[in-house]
Design a protein around this ligand. Structure first.
Ligand SMILES: *Cc1c(COP(=O)(O)O)cnc(C)c1O
Length: 220
């Protein structure tokens, strides 16, 4: 089942789109099944759960952290993940930078942008994010590499609104590239989940985060 879901999804996506299989709330046995189908990127939203799963899986898994990251958990996460997709404040960014620097590692991150109207409370407002890049704030980072932008669309059946949200996120991503054409390795646009990923890909996503369509419903 899970294996088939992974294979079907990968086959239906353009080759340039990477799949992050969102395994939060699912057991390691389920992650194994996806792994055996060739899946290597997995997304988790809680630090404790992620830290418990890491030693249970092979070393070539690329873990993405996709949840709201509390300051007091940053230290535990540094050095363990391939990408933190959900940096939602400059304070958090600076903390990841100083902790990574202390540990002598470079942490790759995406900046989470907030466009959906009421559903998600986390993320930078577009203006705030653009100001950061206009001010070239990233030049002060010692041990963080900003690789792109992550965003979520409104949780609604209104497909026009979903597309509109993805357009806004993609527009911010391209605007950052236009402001800072010299940004190296800023190449990732993460948007789209189980219910809306085809629209996200149409609007330019090259990383999608899919849980339910692979693993089934979550039991919280
Ligand atoms: C849970 C989660 C997903 C996956 O959602 P599905 O609808 O199960 O595909 C994607 N992105 C983020 C940030 C999430 O928290």
């Amino acid at each position: 089942m899970i294996k088939d879901n992974v294979k079907t999804l990968v086959a239906s996506m353009p080759p340039k789109v990477a799949l992050c299989a969102v395994s939060k709330f699912h057991p390691v046995s389920a992650i194994r099944e996806a792994y055996d189908a060739g899946q290597r990127i997995f997304g988790e939203s809680r630090v404790q759960e992620l830290l418990e799963k890491i030693p249970e899986m092979p070393d070539d898994v690329k873990w993405h952290f996709i949840g709201h990251l509390q300051s007091n958990k940053v230290r535990q996460l540094i050095g363990k993940v391939a990408l933190i997709e959900s940096v939602d404040s400059l304070r958090l960014l600076d903390l990841i930078d100083s902790e990574s620097d202390k540990r002598g590692v470079v942490t790759r991150v995406l900046m989470q942008v907030h466009v959906a109207r009421e559903e998600t409370k986390f993320g930078f407002y577009p203006e705030e994010l653009l100001d950061y890049f206009k001010g070239r704030g990233f030049e002060r980072l010692k041990a963080v590499h900003i690789c792109g932008v992550m965003g979520m669309a409104s949780n609604t059946d209104d497909s026009m609104r979903v597309r509109d949200d993805f357009r806004k996120i993609a527009c911010i991503y391209r605007e950052i590239l236009a402001i800072c054409p010299d940004l190296i390795g800023f190449d990732t646009l993460s948007m789209g989940m189980s219910g809306d990923w085809p629209v996200a890909v149409e609007e330019g996503a090259n990383l999608v985060r899919i849980g339910t369509a692979i693993f089934g419903p979550r039991e919280y």
